[in-house]
Design a protein around this ligand. Structure first.
Ligand code: CA
Ligand code: CA
Ligand code: CA
Length: 190
């Protein structure tokens, strides 16, 4: 055991580099045209120290079915960027719609912190939540990831209520600052 400890101590330190094991980022990202859902990322390095004041990137490149509002991706490179605070936290409110089974990469300092799946209350991806999206939600399979906004593994009436509540929302709607259950789980995970 002592030898292992010595070996561990001899391992080059990576202070200030996010360690995916100790960083927090849900595998469930919920977006909406109005940015009504939060997505919290907490960066910590291998010594559990916060990694503050660095850019976190949500890279949607491999999730082409997700459409992003200009407000979330002004340079149109399919990467949504925000900076962590001194405690290593950043809260995203991504504006977008559509559906994709592709992985969104959560990156910071060239480290892949998490792979996550995005879903939106704007199921048809026209960047407005309207009756067609309610109809589309009703047509989803009961376990469809695309319709699961509380991140509990199903697409049911509770999820559909989010669509109902957001009818009329688009990319210009003033944000409603409501936490998604996914971000709450992440928030309280520690
Ligand atoms: Ca961008
Ligand atoms: Ca729509
Ligand atoms: Ca659900």
């Amino acid at each position: 055991v002592l030898l292992l400890l010595l070996l561990a101590a001899a391992t080059p330190a990576s202070a200030g580099v996010p360690d995916p094991r100790y960083s927090e980022a849900d595998t469930c990202i919920v977006v909406s045209p109005a940015g009504a859902f939060t997505y919290t990322v907490r960066l910590r390095d291998e010594s559990l120290a916060p990694v503050g004041d660095v850019d976190v990137v949500l890279d949607f490149t491999a999730a082409p079915g997700i459409v992003l509002c200009t407000a979330s991706d002004p340079n149109n490179d399919r990467r949504v960027v925000a900076r962590t605070d001194a405690l290593g936290y950043v809260i995203f409110r991504v504006r977008g719609g559509g559906q994709s089974n592709g992985l969104v990469e959560v990156q910071a300092l060239a480290t892949l912190v998490r792979g996550a799946f995005a879903r939106s209350t704007d199921l048809d991806g026209d960047l407005t939540v309207e009756a067609e999206d309610v109809t589309a939600h009703q047509a989803l399979a009961s376990n469809a990831r695309a319709g699961d906004y509380d991140c509990d593994g199903d697409a049911d009436a509770a999820d559909r209520q989010f669509v109902q509540n957001q009818l009329g929302h688009n990319c210009l709607t003033v944000p409603v600052l409501r936490r998604s259950w996914g971000s709450l789980k992440s928030f309280y995970r520690d």
